[in-house]
Write a protein that binds this ligand. Structure first.
Ligand code: FAD
Length: 304
C-alpha cells in the first residue's frame, strides 16, 4: 500500500505528491488528466517568480518536477469511489476496475467552471471568452467586456474588471441581481458598468476573436447585441466531488470542507486546491494548499 495517495494531477496534486515524496514515504498520484485546468489556460502571469508563461508549458514542467521523484504516476485514470476498510486503510477504486490502497489520501480533483453552453463559447475560449478575472482581466485593459452572471462571483468580477477595462456589461438571466447588497451598491456606484437583467445570452459572436454578445431581453422578447471584445462567464464553479460518498463533509455547493491542516471530516483523508472550500482558486494558492495537506498527512502518519 501507499503511505500517501494523491488523487488529481493539477497544481495542488503535483505539489502534494512532491512534498510527500520528499519525506521518503511511498507516494502515488492518480490523475484523469495530468496538469488539470492549467492545460486549458493560455497565459499565466500571476505565478510569482515566473513573469509570464503558457498553460501547457507550465503543466509540462509540473509533470517533469513530479517525475524527478520516486512517485508512481497513474495518468489517464479516473477515480470512481473511495472507501475506508476495517484496517483503517483507504481503498480507491478506479474506473478501469483497479483498486489502490493507501494509509492516507489527499483529494485534489479540482473544479470546473460551469459553462453557459451557447454558440461561440467553445469556439472563442481563450480568444475572448474567459472564466477567471484575476487571471485574464489585464488582457482586456481598455476594452469593452461582458460578465455573464449576476451572483456574487459575477458582480465581484464586474467590480474587479471595471477598474481595468473601458466598460463592463453585466448580463443576468433573472429579473434582478443575486449578489450581496453591498456588492450591488458598489457595482451601481461605478460609472462604466451597465447592468442588464432579464437577459438571456444566446450567442457569443466573433471572427478570429470575440466581437460581441447577443441576448434576448426576456421582458420585451427582443434580441439585443452589444459589441465588445471579451466575455467572462461567471455562473459558478463546480468542484469535482460527485464521485465521493457522503462520509466526506462538503458545503452547499459540494466543496470539501477542510481545516487549517487540509484535514477533512474523515481521519487520514486530506484535500487541497480548488476542490476544497478555500475561497480563492488560483494556481499559487492550490500549490500552497497541496504542500500544506501533504505535511498534514505526514503528521497524521507519524501519530497513527
Ligand atoms: P485542477 O487544476 O482542476 O486539477 C484537478 C486534477 O484532478 C486534474 O488532474 C484532473 O484531471 C483530476 N481529476 C478530476 N477528477 C478526477 C477523478 N475523478 N479521478 C482522477 N483525477 C481526477 N490560476 C492562476 O493562478 N493563474 C491563471 O492565469 C489562471 N488562469 C486560468 C485560466 C483558465 C481557463 C482556467 C480554467 C483556470 C485558470 N486558473 C488560473 C485557475 C487555476 O488553473 C486553478 O486554480 C488550479 O489549476 C487549481 O488546481 P487544482 O490542482 O486544485 O485543480
Amino acid at each position: 500500500p501507499y503511505d500517501v495517495l494523491v488523487i488529481g494531477g493539477g497544481p495542488a496534486g503535483a505539489s502534494a505528491a512532491i512534498y510527500s515524496a520528499r519525506k521518503g514515504i511511498r507516494t502515488g498520484i492518480v490523475a484523469e488528466r495530468f496538469g488539470g485546468q492549467v492545460l486549458d489556460t493560455m497565459t499565466i502571469e500571476n505565478f510569482i517568480s515566473v513573469k509570464s508563461t503558457e498553460g501547457p508549458k507550465f503543466a509540462a514542467s509540473l509533470e517533469e518536477h513530479v517525475k524527478d521523484y520516486e512517485i508512481d504516476i497513474m495518468n489517464l485514470q479516473r477515480a470512481k469511489s473511495l472507501q475506508k476498510n476495517d484496517d483503517n486503510m483507504f481503498e480507491l477504486e478506479l474506473d478501469n476496475g483497479g483498486v489502490l490502497k493507501s494509509k492516507t489520501v489527499i483529494i485534489s480533483t479540482g473544479a470546473r467552471w460551469r459553462q453557459i453552453g451557447v454558440p461561440g463559447e467553445e469556439e472563442f475560449k481563450n480568444k475572448g471568452v474567459a472564466y477567471c478575472p484575476h487571471c485574464d482581466g489585464p488582457l482586456f485593459e481598455g476594452k469593452d467586456v461582458a460578465v455573464i452572471g449576476g451572483g456574487n462571483s459575477g458582480v465581484e468580477a464586474a467590480i474587479d474588471l471595471a477598474g481595468i477595462v473601458q466598460n463592463v456589461t453585466v448580463l443576468e438571466f433573472a429579473g434582478e441581481l443575486k449578489a450581496d447588497e453591498v456588492l450591488q451598491e458598489r457595482l451601481n456606484s461605478l460609472p462604466n458598468v451597465d447592468v442588464k437583467t432579464n437577459a438571456q445570452t444566446t450567442e457569443i459572436t466573433g471572427d478570429d476573436n470575440v466581437n460581441g454578445i447577443t441576448y434576448i431581453d426576456r421582458a420585451s422578447g427582443e434580441e439585443q447585441h452589444v459589441d465588445l471584445e471579451g466575455v467572462f462567464v461567471q455562473i459558478g464553479l463546480v468542484p469535482n466531488t460527485e464521485w465521493l460518498d457522503e462520509s466526506v463533509e462538503r458545503n452547499r455547493i459540494g466543496e470539501i470542507i477542510t481545516d487549517k491542516r487540509g484535514a477533512t471530516s474523515v481521519p487520514g483523508l486530506f484535500a487541497a486546491g480548488d476542490v476544497t472550500d478555500s475561497p480563492h482558486n488560483q494556481i499559487i494558492i492550490s500549490m500552497g494548499d497541496g504542500a500544506n495537506a501533504s505535511l498534514g498527512a505526514f503528521d497524521y502518519l507519524i501519530r497513527n
